[in-house]
Design a protein around this ligand. Structure first.
Ligand code: BGC
Length: 751
């Protein structure tokens, strides 16, 4: 934020307290000359309610706005520039509606495919989620509209979302769950962060000083305001103390009065109230200064952006017989209710009223004017529908066609904010329909619409082709038709693994928890990190996606770029068509000092190539992506070693690998009497000081072993101090303290 704005406020303490809660559902209070700020949901459109207000879209229509691809699809572009364009367009719409803050993006990690709001989130991988979320925030804020990064933090399920404690270890927190937030805060400075409803290791996010102050502001340098999720504040006084600036929505003044009472009783520091009010004032003045009255936007232009980005997001999962792209001629049977009633967004607070909706069947007809296109619903959301009759009619159309296109997926009531899914199966009648259609027409393409991952094992090998649309926003129909007929060559990639069975997923045994606790027992092994470590077969791996052309990765090299690295990947389009290739770079480290996945994503880039064309793709690899979080050292640590960098087309499709020596300071921990003999020996100062003693001890142990047992491991891990004690005075008094103090000083610890 600009430094010229005041940091402290002239208001009375009571008025400062009033600033800290909303005026109503969507606005902050105007207090003195501090202006009010209007915010609305997001994130893939604008949900400006004019008649009544609620947080789950219960009261129906909001003002029409472009429904861009929700995060589930936006992430599948693997393209921060697309995210920027969407953010920018949303910013334009906000300015036109005089909205100062759009409540998004949601960057929580998709810990489990059953998570009810997964369609609002980007990925199972923190790097993809961070890069795409950062693009969106930059785009929105470039228009003078503030983002609200949510839901901070570890809000990975809907069940018991307002109470559950996410019990997660420090490494997984920092490397996985907080990581997208960290990237976006440090690189893009969102105006606001929204705390989540849940508890983190027992403490409500809204009252969590460690999270809201120590980590967010202390470690990452956040300088905006923290607001609560709607209704997340249980104790306003505790929240203010912890660093929560704004309670949303407002109440009848009760919580402001509680803050004033706490000031009087000394239960809250005056400085905390002043600090929060100063931030709120700065935020409100900035929001006011950035207004751009008279901004206009074109629904046609924004729809065109929505269609283009949706086209980039579509993932071609399978195309076995080269059936795609379809010929725009002959007889095409379009089957499935979603072809006329498209699924393109999820339910709940992110649900928007679109400016228009492309109907897939119409768009197919528009692109295949010379074909005879028939339609049969095949199934229905209506429980009273005659399933057998619907299926029979669809099979008849399929049999009479040259090719059929079957739209399958989840219904909107199967995925919405507030409810996790019980499983990941597609509805049974849809599976039965597909089986019957395939028997009548092997030349069949399946088009999928769904916000959460669906199990594809039962159908993966059946149809000739599978096109995955996830949820593509209001232009879904046009974008899908573009891909089906080759107007767009698909280039999207999965940002979530498609497992073979729900029993394989990392959190299977703990999701969604019990008695207000969910234990993240899988630690850092989320998504592909889990499947790849355990070598579990998956239906489609993370990063997977095909094209109508093919690409050869001819070489990879990785060179230093200042403190960071950059991979140069030479890619050639070996097929017949122009296409875009997303190049992924994963790192591996054998013999790491901590448990690591066999490979993890550290960078990606893309390139558009004509048939036969070749180019070098530069993929930046931030050094920090090699790090692990050391709980003991309380920081990210890059360990020295030989890292392998893989240029890959998915986490399981590695095309080229190169090894690079990474220099880094050896990791040193503070030495104490509880340090192990091995740790002492490997320290240059302490190891040298006790070298003779250790050599004698090891020799004595080896000699004493009649069974020829190797005692090195137990000696290596024995606590030094306790071991010395048993040697009875082998070391002069004071020497241990002296040596450890010298070693610690040399290693950068206070003596
Ligand atoms: C959701 C938020 C949303 C807020 C306001 C809450 O229920 O969790 O994502 O921004 O409502 O509608």
């Amino acid at each position: 934020m600009t430094d010229t704005l005041p940091d402290t406020t002239e208001l009375s303490l009571a008025d400062q307290a009033r600033l800290g809660s909303g005026a109503d559902f969507w606005t902050t209070k105007r207090v003195g000359d501090v202006p009010a700020v209007l915010m609305t949901d997001g994130p893939h459109g604008i949900r400006k309610q004019e008649e009544s207000s609620d947080q789950l879209s219960l009261s129906g229509r909001s003002v029409p706005s472009t429904c861009f691809p929700p995060a589930v699809a936006l992430s599948q572009t693997w393209d921060a520039a697309s995210a920027f364009r969407v953010g920018e367009a949303l910013g334009r719409e906000c300015q036109a509606l005089d909205i100062q803050v759009l409540l998004g993006p949601g960057v929580n990690i998709k810990r489990d495919p059953r998570g009810g709001r997964n369609f609002e989130y980007f990925s199972e991988d923190p790097f993809v989620a961070g890069v795409l979320g950062e693009g969106w925030v930059r785009g929105l804020q470039s228009m003078g509209v503030g983002a609200s990064l949510k839901h901070f933090a570890v809000n990975n399920q809907e069940w018991d979302r307002m109470r559950v404690s996410a019990d997660v270890d420090a490494r997984a927190l920092r490397e996985i769950y907080l990581r997208p937030f960290e990237r976006i805060v440090t690189n893009a400075q969102p105006w606001t962060v929204m705390c989540s409803y849940n508890r983190i290791s027992g403490i409500l996010a809204s009252q969590n000083e460690w999270l809201l102050t120590d980590v967010l502001r202390g470690d990452w340098g956040f300088d905006g305001i923290v607001m609560s999720d709607w209704g997340a504040v249980a104790d306003r006084v505790a929240a203010v103390t912890a660093g929560l600036d704004l309670q949303m929505p407002g109440d009848d003044g009760t919580s402001d009065a509680r803050v004033v009472a706490a000031l009087e009783s000394g239960d809250i520091e005056e400085s905390a109230v002043r600090r929060n009010a100063g931030r709120l004032e700065r935020f409100a003045r900035r929001a006011r200064a950035e207004r751009r009255p008279g901004t206009v936007w074109s629904a046609d232009d924004h729809h065109a952006i929505a269609r283009e980005v949706a086209g980039r997001a579509i993932v071609l999962l399978r195309d076995d017989q080269g059936l795609l792209p379809l010929q725009p001629s002959g007889a095409i049977a379009v089957i499935g209710e979603f072809a006329v009633k498209p699924r393109y967004q999820g339910g709940g607070s992110s649900h928007v009223t679109p400016t228009r909706v492309d109907i897939p069947l119409d768009e197919i007809r528009a692109l295949a004017a010379d074909a005879s296109v028939t339609f049969a619903a095949g199934f229905s959301a209506d429980a009273d529908a005659d399933r057998a009759a619907l299926r029979a009619a669809a099979v008849a159309e399929a049999a009479a066609s040259d090719v059929s296109v079957v739209f399958l997926g989840l219904f909107e009531n199967q995925e919405a904010e507030g409810a996790d899914r019980p499983g990941i199966d597609l509805p049974e009648d849809q599976l039965a329909l597909l089986e019957a259609v395939l028997a009548a027409q092997p030349r069949t393409v399946v088009v999928l619409s769904h916000g959460g991952v669906v199990r594809l094992a039962p159908i993966a090998a059946g149809p000739a082709a599978i096109v995955d649309g996830a949820l593509l926003g209001q232009a879904a129909g046009g974008a899908l038709a573009d891909v089906l007929f080759g107007v767009v060559n698909p280039s999207g990639r999965l940002t979530e693994t498609v497992p073979e069975r729900i029993q394989d997923v990392p959190a299977f045994t703990s999701f969604p928890g019990e008695r207000m606790h969910v234990r993240y027992g899988e630690g850092i092994f989320v998504g592909y990190r889990w499947y790849d470590t355990r070598e579990i077969d998956v239906t489609f791996p993370f990063g997977h996606g095909l094209s109508y052309t093919s690409f050869d990765y001819e070489s990879v090299s990785v060179v230093a770029d200042g403190d960071d690295y950059v991979a140069q990947v030479t890619v050639r389009n070996t097929g017949e068509r122009r296409g875009r290739e997303v190049v992924q770079v994963y790192a591996s480290l054998d013999g790491s000092v901590v448990a690591r996945a066999p490979r993890w994503l550290v960078g990606f880039g893309d390139v558009e190539l004509e048939s036969g064309e070749r180019a070098d793709v530069s993929v930046p690899i931030p050094r920090d992506e090699l790090a692990f979080w050391s709980e003991e050292l309380h920081r990210r640590v890059v360990e020295p070693g030989t890292y392998a960098f893989h240029a890959a087309a998915s986490s399981r499709d590695i095309r080229r690998t190169v090894e690079v020596e990474v220099d880094a300071e050896p990791i040193r921990y503070r030495l104490t009497a509880e340090s192990s003999l091995g740790e002492i020996m490997r320290d240059p100062i302490a190891g040298a000081a006790f070298a003779d003693l250790f050599a004698a001890m090891f020799a004595q142990f080896s000699a004493g072993s009649e069974e020829d047992v190797d005692y090195t491991p137990i000696l290596d891990s024995s606590p030094f101090g306790r071991f010395l004690g048993s040697l009875g005075g082998a070391v002069p008094p004071g020497m241990v303290d002296d040596v450890l103090s010298r070693a610690n000083t040399a290693n950068g610890f206070e003596g």
